[in-house]
Design a protein around this ligand. Structure first.
Ligand code: HSE
Length: 326
């Protein structure tokens, strides 16, 4: 069994979920995959906050202590772009593999980060950055690599979907947003969710993976203007409102659009409720695929982080074995 040491940046909704998930699954992973995953240090803002299931001895307020001390993988779950970008660059420079859930950072500086990682020969896992538990990054990078993707249509923001579906059941916009915040679905700044920006960042990353083509046009409208009356009126006409993100090939590139749409209640996307997400992919040869699952929340998102960590661990083991054989 090989040990894989993790420096964890952030212990909020997803970071805390990662620690708890690892505690429950560490033995399974060790016995099944020969990988013992150990969190060696955790960056937090507040040392005194109560964190059930987290060993207080691991906590520190110093990012340098997490990144520079002996560790194999730096897991970045602090969100935001300024500090996160510095920490990730430092980790890459030190030869650490990186796992992140930070879609805002990847949308802003993805190419730069991936280039630095490639130059240093380390990996960057980002499955958790899009659609929580749905393995959409792996699906596009590997499962569907044999096809030409024509279009991606989806529900990419759990908070907005939660708000819209709760409003269908009579809750006000503000109460539904508060509930989504309490459940840990919303971003630290929920404007990113309700203005459609979070969905647009995810759509941009998916489009970069799926289409090798420049973005010709991008439009983003959120759900802030949706009123209960709009939802009731849609329901009376056999429709339902969802925040839809769509990327499609057009002559010379790709068009990206995020907007609330009225869709028929028997549409597959109309059946996606609460914080669930869905991604409909049209492949030229494969036809239509639909992936559905929890798009936000502590443990569902933590599964994507842990899968990335495990993949990095098995890649490292394979490299070590190859070196030993040579
Ligand atoms: N705020 C995001 C959402 C979290 O609601 O979908 C998951 O990326």
């Amino acid at each position: 069994v090989r040990t894989l040491k993790i420096g964890l940046l952030g212990c909020g909704v997803v970071g805390g979920g990662f620690v708890r998930l690892l505690a429950s699954d560490r033995e399974r992973i060790a016995s099944r995959y020969g990988l013992d995953i150990e969190v060696t240090r955790i960056l937090v803002r507040d040392l005194d906050r109560l964190r059930p299931g987290v060993d207080p001895k691991l906590l520190t307020r110093s990012a340098i202590e997490v990144i520079d001390r002996e560790c194999d993988v730096v897991v970045e779950l602090i969100g935001g772009t300024a500090s996160a970008s510095c920490f990730i660059r430092r980790a890459i420079d030190l030869g650490r593999d990186v796992v992140t859930a930070n879609k805002a950072l990847l949308a802003e500086r993805g190419p730069e980060i991936f280039a630095a990682a490639a130059k240093r020969g380390v990996g960057v896992g980002f499955e958790a950055s899009i659609c929580g538990a749905i393995p959409i990054i792996r699906a596009l990078q590997r499962g569907l690599a044999g096809d030409t993707i024509e279009r991606i249509t989806g529900i990419l923001n759990g908070t907005c979907n939660y708000i819209l579906t709760r409003m269908e059941r009579g809750l006000s916009f503000d109460d539904a947003l508060s509930a989504a915040q309490e459940k840990g679905f919303a971003e630290a700044d929920p404007t990113l969710d309700i203005e459609g920006i979070d969905a647009a960042q995810k759509l941009q990353i998916l489009a970069e993976l799926a289409f090798d083509a420049p973005v010709r046009r991008q439009t983003v409208t959120g759900i802030r203007a949706i009123r209960t009356a709009d939802i009731e009126s849609a329901v009376r006409r056999g429709k339902t409102i969802r925040l839809i993100a769509e990327a499609q090939r057009v002559p010379g590139g790709v068009e990206l659009c995020v907007e609330p749409r009225e869709i028929a209640t028997d549409d597959a996307l109309a059946r996606i409720v609460d914080e669930n997400n869905a991604v409909q992919i049209r492949g030229r040869a494969a036809g239509e695929l639909l992936l559905v699952g929890k798009g936000a929340g502590s443990l569902p998102t933590a599964t994507a982080v842990l899968s990335d960590v495990m993949e990095i661990g098995s890649r490292r083991s394979a490299r070590a074995t190859a070196v030993a054989v040579a």
